[in-house]
Design a protein around this ligand. Structure first.
Ligand code: ADP
Ligand code: ZN
Ligand code: ZN
Length: 819
């Protein structure tokens, strides 16, 4: 009897590859375990056991596997079913899903780079001989490739050895794509070691009787500890409570009476002997929504929670999570990457303490491995996972609840690399496989989801009021055309907006200003000859960044120093067109010299703590005005924002995409939702050259229903989702004419064989990126037609296409649904 295994390899090949296993291996190998396998001439990959059988492959002689890497399966059969669905639905290979689903530390291969771990102190006595050899080699050489390690230990296969070294923290893997994530450290304060016993307080205060300021601080600390349920006390909280600038606290630290320590914001530790914070009791609207959600769950339906901004959706989620973990099941809380703020994490940790794990792409491979293993082992400390889209690949054993917050967010879609999946839709499939309950939440649901409610596929729960009966902000439209004609503009600020900002500053309220472009100006143009500098690699003009004195391409990162004179005609008549966040910031500094101004966009948040720093500064009211791009819109809960200004709504509305109007509505409502979240009614000013646009009207009166009705009518009329399914096929190549030929050939074949409507090929708005030309074909599939048959038809055409040598180097990229 011979034994074979089909192995998923982390590369884009169509089918799993078959290998041979020995009789003794066949007794321990299980589906879902990793194995090291040879592939091609000399490569070793980590693959995953997909099937075990006794049929030798027909087309090739099966090679032996090198080694089994796991003692228990790392991936469950539910996950494999899920991966199959993703590969089929999003038209990629299961190997690509495998590669993207696993933390990279699980996917060691012969080309992986290994570094020594500088963070850990290693006890050499704990290392086995082969482990020590690698450890020693790394003292002399900063990086080693896996095949070099093979030579060092004189063995063909070292992946198991490396797994052990990873576990012992001896090595780390070089991660090309992930910048090492260093979460923010928060400064906490406690009594010095000598003063921690209770009866010491009196004596301590006695000693300090001549220093009233100091004893006041010690008392405040005791008070905070008492009201905080013995949770750690932040230095900043103590400063506030005792009205100290920090100087006296420092003195006390110098004396050893107080002691500072640091905790990572995402790993706040809770004292175990105290109960977790009590859950808030819901108000009647939240209560009703919760009942409606349970009603949908009872009917095995996905539920949509449509609650206006600040209606208290998070508290409803908390109730659901609480109930879920009481039944010993796991809960997954998905958020778009950018909304994964410490704000929310801290809020959930306050309720659920150590049961909360966080998982996202900024975490290092090791940290992700840790969460993976905890979830796999059903550990209580990973019973609740908050994460960005990749968290849905974790090996849940008993998933009871999935919450997709901000479900309308486009950043749930992965565009590159494959699998190009949408995390909301993929999460629903995962939930069905686990028979878990699924809740989508948003203040501005996507058209698709709301349509699913209307057609009774999803259940519905709504909260129309903000928590505490805070009023929805008042929204005012300002006509920029009129303001310009009447010469009332100060820079890009209308008279009204300028006035409202001054007012807000006067009464000590904070202000958010939104402009959807970063940089100083998107275009630099010569007034004499009309030339504007273009990116040499992409078909876009370069954006003017004044602070860095650079022209930058936002597609490929190309940049040059700013020119003084026109590159084409030599005149010194260069002028900027349009404006970005940087210009707004600069104008503010001139218009409001007293105000403290912050800016949040890709340029200011790139650094290690960039994003956190800006948010914290605003939260702590160290900044008065925050200018930013759409990064600002996501779920942030600032208490003191009285005014939100939208500098120019037109660029959103005029975007060439069938969802531009839906997106504009969502974005504007979300930004507006940052205003006035406490008692006083907030104000929102929207500046536009076209204030009569129907979307802007709908935003001002908070009319989601009308927006939906109008959009759905248009979608029906012009045949867009949810009335058809869309597949976009993108062709990419550096040779322009080859690309055109290839796309034409493909489109012709599609038209000949498919029943579906085929549009294009056409160049996308940016027709060349990084010196590769692009062309798109869009396939529209009516609801009556089979989506999977159409996909199979397309794949068949791709096969014939790839058989034509001339086209072989043309890249084909599929995007399904969210194109
Ligand atoms: P949303 O997620 O709908 O925008 P949040 O959940 O952030 O709203 O709630 C807005 C604010 O109201 C938060 O500061 C939250 O703590 C508070 N809040 C919501 N529900 C309750 C409740 N039942 N009891 C006390 N405070 C609540
Ligand atoms: Zn010129
Ligand atoms: Zn470029």
């Amino acid at each position: 009897m011979q034994f074979f295994v089909n192995i998923i390899l982390p590369i884009p090949i169509e089918k799993p590859f078959t290998y041979r296993v020995s009789v003794s291996e066949s007794e321990i190998i299980k589906i879902g375990m990793r194995v090291a396998v040879p592939f091609g001439k000399s490569k070793i990959y980590t693959g995953l056991v997909y099937e075990i059988h006794d049929d030798p492959p027909i087309a090739y002689e099966a090679k032996e596997i090198e080694q089994i890497l796991d003692e228990i399966p790392l991936v469950s059969t539910i996950q494999l079913r899920h991966w199959e669905w993703i590969a089929e639905y999003y038209m990629c290979t299961i190997g690509e899903v495998f590669r993207s689903a696993m933390p990279s530390a699980f996917l060691l291969e012969s080309e992986t780079l290994v570094l020594k771990n500088d963070q850990a102190s290693i006890d050499e006595n704990n290392l086995k001989d082969d482990e020590f050899l690698v450890f020693e080699a790394l003292q002399h050489q900063p990086t080693l490739r896996v095949h070099e390690i093979c030579a060092i230990v004189d063995r063909k296969n070292v992946l198991a050895l490396l797994s052990r070294l990873l576990q012992k923290n001896v090595i780390v893997l070089k991660e090309e794509v992930h910048e090492q994530y260093k979460p923010k450290m928060v400064r906490y304060v406690q009594l010095g070691k000598k003063h921690r016993s209770e009866d010491d307080l009196e004596q301590l205060l006695g000693n300090l009787s001549k220093a009233p300021k100091q004893s006041q601080i010690v008392l405040s600390l005791f008070q905070l500890m008492a009201t905080n349920n013995s949770k750690p006390v932040k230095v900043s909280d103590l400063e506030k409570a005792s009205n100290d600038s920090g100087a006296t606290i420092k003195t006390l630290m110098g004396k050893g009476i107080l002691e500072e320590y640091f905790i990572r914001t995402d790993r706040v530790i809770y004292s175990k002997d105290k109960e977790n914070a009590d859950l808030k009791s819901l108000n009647e609207y939240q209560e009703r929504a919760l009942k409606e959600i349970y009603g949908s769950f009872k009917n095995n339906k996905v539920a949509l929670l449509h609650g206006v901004t600040s209606s208290g959706k998070t508290e409803v989620y908390v109730k659901l999570i609480e109930k879920c973990i009481r039944t010993n099941k796991q809960a997954l809380y998905l958020l778009p990457e950018i909304a994964l703020t410490t704000q929310l994490i801290v809020r959930l940790q306050e309720y659920f303490g150590e049961k909360v794990s966080v998982y996202h792409s900024k975490y290092s491979a090791q940290e992700r491995v840790e969460v993976w293993n905890n979830v796999l082992a059903s550990k209580p400390k990973a019973q609740i996972v908050i994460g960005a889209r990749s968290a849905l690949f974790l090996p849940f054993t008993a998933l009871g609840l999935i919450i997709v917050d901000e479900e309308h967010e486009n950043s749930f879609k992965q565009y590159d690399p494959a699998p190009r999946y949408h995390a909301r839709d993929t999460a629903i499939v995962l939930g069905n496989l686990h028979k878990s309950t699924i809740l989508l939440g948003s203040a501005t649901p996507s058209i698709e989801s709301f349509y699913n409610v209307k057609s009774k596929k999803y259940g519905y729960a709504g909260i129309e009021r903000r928590y505490g009966n805070v009023m929805m902000p008042e929204i005012q439209l300002v006509d920029l055309k009129e303001q310009t004609r009447k010469k009332l503009m100060k820079g890009h600020f209308s008279e009204v907006l300028f006035h409202e900002i001054s007012e807000a500053l006067n009464v000590g309220e904070q202000i958010i200003l939104f402009q959807n472009r970063r940089g100083y100006a998107p275009i630099l143009e010569c007034n004499t000859c009309g030339h504007c500098p273009q990116c040499p690699n992409c078909d876009v003009s370069l954006t003017y960044h004044q602070q860095r004195k650079q022209l930058r391409c936002h597609y490929c990162g190309h940049h040059t120093a700013i020119y003084q004179s026109c590159q084409a005609c030599g005149s010194q008549t260069l002028d900027t067109k349009g404006f970005g966040t940087e210009q707004i910031e600069q104008e503010l500094r001139i218009l409001f010299p007293e105000a403290k101004i912050g800016r949040m966009d890709l340029d200011t948040t790139r650094g290690k703590y960039g994003y956190e720093k800006i948010i914290t500064a605003f939260e702590q009211q160290e900044t008065d005005i925050l200018v930013g791009t759409q990064m600002l819109t996501k779920g942030l809960d600032f208490r003191n924002v009285g005014l939100v200004g939208i500098m120019n709504a037109d660029s959103l509305l005029n975007f060439p995409d069938y969802r531009a109007h839906e997106r504009s509505f969502q974005l504007l409502m979300q930004v507006a939702g940052r205003a006035g979240r406490t008692k006083k009614r907030g104000k929102v000013i929207i500046q536009s050259y076209n204030p009569h646009h129907q979307i802007l009207k709908q935003v001002t009166v908070h009319d989601y229903d009308e927006m939906f009705n109008e959009q759905i009518l248009e979608r029906k009329q012009y045949k867009y989702p949810p009335f058809v399914k869309l597949i976009k096929i993108t062709f990419r190549h550096k040779d322009y004419s080859m690309l055109n030929d290839a796309a034409d050939w493909f489109a012709k074949s599609l038209r000949n064989t498919l029943k579906a409507t085929v549009l294009g090929p056409e160049h996308p708005p940016v027709a060349r990126i990084r010196n590769r030309y692009l062309k798109d074909i869009i396939v529209k599939i009516d609801m009556g037609q089979s989506l999977s048959k159409t996909k199979k038809g397309i794949k068949r055409i791709e096969k014939s296409f790839n058989a034509i040598p001339y086209y072989k180097s043309v890249r084909i990229i599929y995007n399904v649904d969210h194109i």
